[in-house]
Design a protein around this ligand. Structure first.
Ligand SMILES: NC(=O)c1ccc[n+]([C@@H]2O[C@H](COP(=O)([O-])OP(=O)(O)OC[C@H]3O[C@@H](n4cnc5c(N)ncnc54)[C@H](OP(=O)(O)O)[C@@H]3O)[C@@H](O)[C@H]2O)c1
Length: 291
């Protein structure tokens, strides 16, 4: 199976690498083209533009930072739209809002192509291990054709119906995750300022009903102020923003998520956007200092 892959950031690189490892022929493109070199060493070919990749491949996957990147790669000069045509499928695995996905779907379909949105749950390590959870929606036939690739990149995939549902499911999941990370950070700061051991707090949490892989994995690094990026904070804040907009559209009051979003915004203003989203702890520390 020959697939194109657009976007070799933290996630895209790991996902494309898994496809190569499992015998897929992969043609890659990244805005910063030099990032393709590592994949070439593992057998990938390089396309000079998104259009060139789509021209060559029956299926093209994208993993891009946000709605504006997802739209640019499709609609800009040398973009996906220039070469998409009947018989070709485009699968966008980036986390975007439903409106962005719907806009991309309409343009692809108008050109005779087929579209699937397929955002993922799971971070850098699950991407490397092929353990992502894939939240697909859109063209059902394309979904079925993509299953061999999804099986390599993920441990489970869901088909959620019409375009937009994958984006919405992903935003709900990340809204919960961002709120949890903020509450966790407040707990770590509260323990510390109360004269308690943060390590013992982690041990206590891990033995009880609110134990979870995220606290277990991120906690030890957080108490060392180590925020090496697996999921960049700027992307988590983007997801909070998009999830809050979804709440606005549906008149769902989400004060907890709104407060968490403020903490992520503060963290961005402190220049922490490129660090892991657990660096929100630093913003919580600052706000507690002020108090
Ligand atoms: N990291 C995670 O744990 C995780 C988990 C689940 C979902 N996601 C989602 O997956 C997506 C990718 O995340 P990531 O962590 O891999 O992000 P990342 O490391 O920041 O990579 C972003 C990618 O988007 C490209 N890009 C950004 N703006 C662009 C533009 N205007 N035109 C073309 N390409 C552009 C970047 O190209 P350059 O290299 O040229 O900058 C890079 O390839 C995001 O939507 C994120 O929310 C991430």
């Amino acid at each position: 199976m020959e697939v194109g892959f657009l976007g070799l950031g933290i996630m895209g690189k790991a996902m494309a690498m898994n496809l190569l490892r499992h015998g897929f022929k992969v043609t890659v493109w990244n805005r910063t083209l030099s990032k393709c070199e590592e994949l070439v060493q593992f057998g990938a070919s390089v396309g000079e533009t998104p259009a060139a990749v789509v021209k060559k491949c029956k299926y093209t996957i994208a993993m891009l930072s946000d709605p504006s990147a997802a739209l640019a790669v499709v609609f800009n000069k040398d973009g996906v739209l220039e070469q998409i045509s009947e018989g070709k499928g485009y699968i966008d695995m980036s986390t975007v809002d439903a409106d962005t996905s719907i806009k991309i779907n309409e343009a692809i379909v108008q050109k005779g192509g087929v579209f699937l949105e397929a955002p993922v749950s799971g971070s850098k390590k699950p991407a490397e291990d092929g353990q992502l959870v894939i939240l697909a929606a859109g063209d059902k036939t394309l979904y079925e054709e993509a299953i061999p690739a999804f099986d390599v990149m993920g441990k489970k995939s869901f088909f959620l119906g019409q375009v937009g549902n994958g984006a919405k499911m992903k935003l709900v999941v990340n809204m919960i995750m961002g709120s949890m990370m903020n509450a966790f950070s407040e707990g770590l700061v509260l323990a510390d300022r109360s004269g308690l051991s943060q390590q013992i707090l982690l041990d206590v949490l891990d033995l009880g009903a609110i134990a979870n892989p995220m606290f277990k994995m991120k906690g030890p690094a957080m108490i060392q102020s180590n925020y090496s990026p697996a999921f960049p904070l700027k992307h988590q804040q983007k997801d909070m923003r998009l999830a809050l907009a979804l709440g606005d559209e549906n008149a769902v009051s989400m004060p907890v998520a709104a407060a968490a979003n403020e903490a992520f915004k503060t963290a961005r203003s402190l220049d922490l956007g490129d660090l892991d989203f657990s660096a929100v702890l630093e913003a919580v520390k600052v706000s507690k200092n002020k108090a």
